[in-house]
Design a protein around this ligand. Structure first.
Ligand code: PRX
Length: 655
């Protein structure tokens, strides 16, 4: 039997106890759960003291107008001061904030003192360009230090940022810039991906051209990263070098109300239009800081932390830019892909920088499993002491492989469940406290109240499944959907009145541990990234050859789920062939971004619909996953599925 086969045996029954030395010195001990349960608000008031407040708050939570929460009422603080300046004042100016590693191999260490200067200069430059507290700034950058600097500069000015993932298309950028009326866009000429410079600025130009006279953008600031030829629009566009590098490093941070907007992060929902999730200041930073030091057991003087998420996702916000810097962490920031220039790049960086805390996604772990354990085995990974997982359910095989082959069978794995909307970790084992089961996020963190309920909202018993809900407000909760309070109420607070519905299914096992089963709505999770079925369907039907489209998420060995599309062509498009399918896949990538590209597109004569016209995705999922098609009796026309499956014996699919 191979080692992998042995590893894979029966891990669902395995339980990993916290290592004794870690438990003895853990930041958070078992009693924290009880203390938090006995006085939840008192507990969060205590955790808020991890921050420095210019004006203390007078009330912990105002929940008089649910679901609109106000945390740490009356308190005032500056986020950038908390993440940067105060560390310099406390004598940590020479501590490295970021070990930046560029994909081509260039490196740059940035100390907290240098970060303070850079953030101050950027804040002065943005002020010079007319940015004031409350104005929105869009950030569309690769994983370079300027991304962190730009975000912290916005926070310093009280100008909410909206970071758009660099892999999103110009259309996706345009809709986000428009939705939040961004006054300034910060971008770069390009970044390095897969061994080559990849341009970014042309997408900004295309987005602003698309918005035309309606564009709210007054200026575009361009970081020079790759040096590639870049068109500059006179008057509108400014080089970062010209405006930031020449600005003064002196800047006095102003304190803002605890509920001042910090950022808007767009995420996919069940409709075609992405939702702008609004996070605010005091509660958000409190929970990011607390969970960072609780879940990763962060020790300021010895740990080196690396989160591989892109800054364009919420994980990059809460667990690169805000939580870790609030706790004065030393981090690695890596620009590129894990296989450039070789498949051991990440492990090489861990060995080189002595990374102790490592945070990545199951999809990456499954990719490394495919590449083989010989690759990480070539590197000294003995500095690692805690591994984290985020973004999707981690299958027990991947969990055990991660712990064994990356963590040397020593390191706890913290499986952190949370969402763009929750802002920070909500469920996770605590590495010094919780005996962890591979594949389970275990339990709510101290101060957080979750439940698994049935259709009627009643708690399920151990051993049963249901819907995951959050039953009490929490500090880093979203405050609303940007510009759409009604959608906020309907999406999260209407399914089970009075509690937050996360959109995930979950199971409580015989011991009461919680297992996340994945989304129960029309949201897919591809490589830990959220995509909505209807967003991709709208992209498909915007192509002239497509009459109708239905999209489902099918199980995929590497990416968790993969996008599979069924399309009905217009008569004018003929039968469709491989060329058209390839064109449709590229069309989706152009409309949304390469991550949304369907793995497979099937041309079908009809779609399965109920009598009320709702597409029965369950049946399409059966087809996409090569299963026998389930009960189709509620279809308006029950022969449709026969037609689809018959036609697919000769499938046209993508690569
Ligand atoms: O389905 C859950 C899954 O990712 C969703 C949230 O996606 P997003 O807002 O993009 O945030 C990702 C990073 C926090 C959730 O509704 N999810 C996230 N973490 C886990 C998870 N599913 C299972 N286990 C997790 N640890």
């Amino acid at each position: 039997m191979t080692q992998t086969a042995i590893d894979n045996l029966a891990h669902e029954d395995r339980i990993f106890e916290p290592p004794a030395d870690l438990a003895a010195h853990a930041n958070v001990k078992a009693d924290e759960y009880e203390r938090a349960a006995a006085d939840r608000l008192g507990f969060w008031a205590e955790k808020a003291q991890l921050l420095t407040w210019e004006t203390p708050f007078t009330e912990v939570l105002d929940w008089s107008d649910p679901p609109f929460a106000k945390w740490f009422v009356g308190g005032r603080l500056n986020v950038a001061y908390n993440c940067v300046d105060r560390h310099v004042e406390n004598g940590l100016g020479d501590k490295v904030a970021f070990h930046f590693v560029g994909e081509p191999g260039d490196t740059r260490d940035l100390t907290y003192a240098q970060l303070k200067d850079e953030v101050s200069k950027a804040a002065n430059a943005l002020t010079e360009l007319g940015v004031r507290a409350g104005d929105r700034v869009a950030i569309y950058l690769p994983m370079i230090p300027e991304a962190v600097i730009a975000m912290l500069a916005c926070a310093r000015l009280g100008a909410p940022h909206t970071v758009v993932f660099g892999g999103f298309s110009s259309d996706a950028l345009a809709s986000r810039v428009e939705d939040c009326s961004a006054k300034v866009v910060i971008t770069a000429d390009g970044g390095y991906r897969r061994g080559a410079p990849s341009a970014l600025k042309p997408a900004v130009d295309a987005a602003l051209e698309k918005l035309g006279d309606a564009s709210p953008v007054e200026h575009v600031v361009v970081v020079r990263r790759t040096g590639q030829d870049t068109a500059i629009v006179e008057g509108r566009d400014r080089w970062w070098d010209d405006v930031v590098d020449t600005a003064s490093p002196e800047h006095t941070p102003e304190a803002f109300d605890s509920e001042h907007p910090l950022y808007v992060m767009y995420t996919s929902g069940t409709t075609g239009k992405p939702k702008g999730i609004l996070h605010t200041t005091g509660g958000y930073l409190t929970q990011c800081a607390y969970t960072f030091q609780a879940v990763f057991d962060h020790k300021r003087d010895t740990d080196v932390y690396w989160c591989t998420a892109d800054i364009g996702w919420v994980t990059g916000h809460s667990y690169i830019v805000y939580g870790p810097t609030a706790m004065a962490a030393t981090q690695v920031l890596y620009e590129g892909t894990p296989d450039t220039p070789h498949k051991g790049r990440w492990w090489e960086i861990i060995a080189d920088k002595g990374v102790t805390l490592f945070y990545t996604a199951p999809t990456a772990i499954r990719t490394f499993m495919k590449w083989g354990r010989e690759i990480p085995a070539k590197y000294d990974l003995s500095s690692l002491r805690i591994l984290g997982s985020v973004g999707e359910p981690i299958n027990p095989e991947a969990y055990v492989w991660y712990r064994t082959h990356i963590g040397g069978d020593r390191t706890p794995v913290v499986d952190t469940w949370w969402q763009t909307e929750t802002g920070a970790h909500m469920m996770s084992p605590l590495p010094g406290v919780t005996a962890a089961k591979p594949g389970s996020a275990m339990a709510a963190l101290p101060g957080i109240a979750v439940d698994v309920v049935d259709d009627t909202g009643k708690s399920v018993a151990n051993g049963e499944g249901g819907y995951l809900v959050i039953t009490e407000p929490w500090p880093s909760m979203l405050r609303t959907i940007w510009g759409d309070d009604e959608r906020y109420k309907d999406t999260y607070w209407a399914r089970f009145p009075g509690v937050y519905f996360a959109g995930d299914g979950a199971k409580r096992d015989e011991d009461g541990a919680i297992w996340i089963l994945g989304r129960v709505d029309d949201v897919m999770n591809v490589s830990g990234h959220r995509l909505s079925t209807s967003e991709i369907e709208s992209a498909l039907v915007s192509h002239p050859a497509v009459a109708e489209a239905a999209v489902v998420g099918a199980t995929d060995e590497t990416t968790g789920q993969a996008v599979v599309a069924f399309v009905i062509l217009r008569e004018s498009a003929g039968e469709g062939g491989d060329d058209l399918v390839a064109e449709l896949r590229s069309h989706v990538a152009k409309e949304i971004g390469p991550i949304a590209k369907p793995r497979q597109i099937m041309v079908v004569p009809d779609l399965p619909k109920t009598r009320s016209g709702k597409i029965m995705r369950r049946l399409l999922r059966d087809v996409a996953e090569n299963r026998e098609v389930g009960d189709a009796t509620t279809l308006a026309d029950s022969s449709v599925m026969d037609l689809i499956t018959a036609g697919l014996r000769k499938p046209s699919s993508g690569e």
